[in-house]
Design a protein. Structure first.
Length: 262
């Protein structure tokens, strides 16, 4: 009695699919190119011999599937590109750590030994511009009178002292701007500088997020301006050359340059 096995005369063979492969096929919720050609083969096998499938229709079906698959692949490529761009943007934004950025908010953070700085914004000339600084409880701390100002961004700086000249503790303060514009009293939008402590990649549509000292997290796209934190050393007054020391002019000049670090 002859037996039949799965090995052909040419050495070709077929293998029974594993349970995991069968489960993966059963859970598959989308059609791929293999499924399309399987359906096409079934369509050709069961077609009416007297009314065969039109060649143009079959080519159109294949072209449609190829186009759909190409669009899906393009979407995946754009997804990968977006991930790469987000990572690159985060890497570039990391250069902002340690710098000050201007963001549209009425909240400002007064750091130890620093000033609170920002801008008042108006598209029209301003008369009697005043900047009010309030603490976290809404109590008035300082009023900065800036008189008349042209249209645009007007910079202000608060040294951290109250109306009595006493230094206020570090922390968050609210800044309000008011001026007369076209004869009417108007509350103006403000933007304050914040110190960038770190950068995080939020992912999704949020993109890169900057974490500002005291203020919190803001989107990189909301930053209006980037400024460099000053690192200049305090300048000391050089000593006056002692003309009675017996030094020549050249020696006195050399000593003076050494004192000034030139």
């Amino acid at each position: 009695m002859s037996t039949v096995n799965n090995v052909s005369a040419n050495g070709l063979y077929w293998e029974e699919k594993s349970i995991s492969e069968k489960a993966a096929e059963a859970n598959k919720k989308s059609l791929d190119q293999e499924d399309f050609f399987s359906l096409l083969s079934q369509q050709l096998a069961y077609q009416d011999p007297f009314k065969p499938v039109d060649n143009a229709q079959m080519v159109a079906q294949m072209a449609s599937f190829t186009t759909a698959e190409g669009i899906a692949d393009m979407g995946k490529q754009f997804e990968d590109m977006n991930t790469i761009m987000s990572s690159t943007q985060a890497l570039q934004a990391s250069g902002l750590v340690g710098r000050n950025v201007l963001v549209p908010t009425d909240q400002g953070h007064l750091a130890e030994g620093k000033s609170l700085e920002g801008v008042a914004i108006s598209g029209q000339p301003m008369q009697n511009l005043t900047i009010r600084v309030e603490d976290d409880k809404g109590n008035l701390v300082k009023v900065i009178r800036m008189n008349d100002q042209p249209a645009g961004n007007v910079r202000y700086s608060w040294d951290g002292t109250n109306e009595a000249g006493e230094m206020m503790p570090p922390g968050n303060y609210k800044v309000k701007a008011n001026a007369r514009v076209n004869g009417e009293s108007v509350d103006l939008p403000t933007a304050n500088y914040g110190h960038v402590e770190s950068v995080s990649l939020a992912g999704g549509k949020n993109g890169v997020v900057l974490n500002l000292q005291g203020i919190g997290s803001v989107l990189l796209g909301d930053v209006l301006e980037v400024s460099q934190v000053g690192t200049s050393k305090p300048v000391t007054k050089p000593e006056t050359p002692d003309t009675d020391s017996g030094d020549t002019v050249e020696q006195a000049a050399a000593r003076l340059r050494a004192q000034m670090g030139i």
